[in-house]
Write a protein that binds this ligand. Sequence first.
Ligand SMILES: Nc1ncnc2c1ncn2[C@@H]1O[C@H](COP(=O)(O)OP(=O)(O)OP(=O)(O)O)[C@@H](O)[C@H]1O
Ligand SMILES: [Mg+2]
Length: 229
Amino acid sequence: MARRKPPLPRLLLDNVSCMRNAQQILRNVNASIHDGAGLVLSGTNGSGKSTLLRMLAGFNRPTAGQVLWNGHDITDSGVFHQYKLQLNWLSLKDAIKDKFTVLDNVLWYELLEGKQGNSMAAIELMGLGKLAKEKSRMLSMGQRKRLQLARLLAIDRPIWLLDEPSVALDVEGTKLLEYIIHEHRKKGGIVIVATHLPIAMEDAMVLRLPPRFPRLMTFVDMLDRGGPD
Ligand SMILES: Nc1ncnc2c1ncn2[C@@H]1O[C@H](COP(=O)(O)OP(=O)(O)OP(=O)(O)O)[C@@H](O)[C@H]1O
Ligand SMILES: [Mg+2]
């Protein structure tokens, strides 16, 4: 009897390397990520966690190796067009419009997505219900992070790329983050998180990136600085 092939991973990092500003940041990174998986990126400041997330989001291209989605290279423009619709991106740049209310800051993401009806429930789940009609400039740091998380829920895309999602959250906020990650994975969603702070994620894979050290000065640096020191 012919053996069944194991299913393709939803995302495959196949020997991925990345250079930025003539410096090697990522070297031969490999990971197989199936539906429902959690991946934690850890490592010291500057080790390349955000760079890897940016690569998964299509902002940076690998200099070697491939990121495959359903077996297809995400740098292929036809593939990327479909792939980017799977992604939910959260980073320290929160893209919150201060003049909009909390509700509108979530709602316009949902409307752009062609969806409706999720925003208020998401805001309430993240504990911002009473602030929904307030201007967003009133929000504290942690409340702004909760608003970003409410957007993830309102848009509801399968692959979450989260860069330091618990920074500024209080204990209850971190528990909520853990809860929504758990629920998302239970539905088959994928969650990839770069973090220094502990975030409880059952059976998550951990990818520890090695530290990067300052490199020799490049020709471009010399031009910037007007010559070697
Ligand atoms: N826009 C950029 N152009 C060139 N190099 C960059 C750029 N942004 C970051 N780098 C470099 O890439 C390396 C990895 O940075 P990255 O932000 O991915 O690290 P990180 O692991 O996310 O660090 P942190 O824990 O501080 O968030 C660092 O050496 C950094 O100086
Ligand atoms: Mg980072």
